[in-house]
Design a protein around this ligand. Sequence first.
Ligand SMILES: Cc1ncc(COP(=O)(O)O)c(C=O)c1O
Length: 449
Amino acid sequence: MTAGVESFEGDVNETPRRAGWVRRLGPETRRWLEEDERYFLRQALSTPCLNVMARCEGIYVEDLEGRRYMDFHGNSVHQVGFANPVVIEAIKAQLDELAFCTRRYTNRSAIALARKLAEITPGDLGKSLFCPSGAAAVGMALRLARAVTGRHKTVSMWDSFHGASLDASSVGGERMFRRDIGPLLPGTEHVPPPDPYRCLWGCGGRCDLRCARAIEFVLECEGDVAAVVAEPVRSTPSIPHPDYWRAVRAACDRHGALLVFDEIPQCLGRTGRMFVTEHFDVVPDILVLGKGLGGGILPLAAVVTRPELDVMADRALGHYTHEKSPVAAAAALATIGYIEQKGLVERARALGERALARLREIEARHALVGDVRGLGLLLGVELVRDRETRQPAPDEAEAVMYRALEKGLSFKVTAGNVLTLAPPLTITGAELDRALDIVEQCLAEVGAA
Ligand SMILES: Cc1ncc(COP(=O)(O)O)c(C=O)c1O
């Protein structure tokens, strides 16, 4: 939920539009969807599902009935495209060589990945620990911040998501993960996120960093905060003022708090830099990576930190069964190698600029669009009923999403009213143009309805 936007928590399941969409699918697909609901625990935004996937390749997912959709969501794992052959080849080769690594042993793939992360992450970040999920990696970052500072409190953002485990939900700020679930971790303070379009401080586009000063205010009042935990750029996307993180970094340093950046969905080139933090010229104390790190095939996440913070030799920091998975590490090395060799970071930057320019033209033509924004190939189109009041248009956003699905484009609506467009970084200019044509066509249809 973006500040000032009504919560909208049922966007893809159980709405009349989903029912209408599913009715038009074939009987075989509907039977599988029913089976899915029979055997899986239902949960918001997950089950019941929209469709049954049979194939994924490059920028496309394909359903059981052979329809193809450009996937601009892909759970943010698809920087190198789905089923990337280079990644698959690396996984197969590693499976033949060494399929698992027992605790207290190590392996060359895992070491090579940790070394590679030390090389490509900014500043003096140089020691890693791996685990199978982003939520677990956020949990490791929290444990490490406690051990390093001897404090337990955190400051994080309302409306953020850091994973579905109880510790990650405690620093997260989304109601859906926090409500009716009993006590969360103590000492998890929250502040409003920086949000240039809906600034709570009413900056109106002339940001004077009051949002950053609010963090310092909490750090000062509490006096014993272990860490500020945040996504440097939220997936909405919401992109803070260029000086925001430098101000927060300085505040953390003044108050003895660590800065933890959760780059799980946006790392590895999506924003036009290998790591989002590079846009802000700031080095966090702990960088959390995940999702696309496993090449869109295997689950893998990591914390990367400074060598001086390697302070838990006598305690457990993570201890995950697949901590040094040689196969996941091989996938990650192949993924990073592919991103580097194909110049996907520069590509994301160039295509992103072009897409944003096109979205600005679309904004000028469609009153439904209140704001467009983007960083690299993380793009957002915020729909409003009224440009003056900025009243969100969630119903219209859902309608655009379903119309786009019918035309072969899949994306996620975040915060209820933001069309969030995050294609694989391998997308061609022509494919991106086609996707934006679909977005514009759907906006025209919904605007006219
Ligand atoms: C910002 C952020 N942090 C953490 C996570 C959790 O990652 P995982 O689903 O691998 O636990 C997500 C997942 O969507 C995320 O977007």
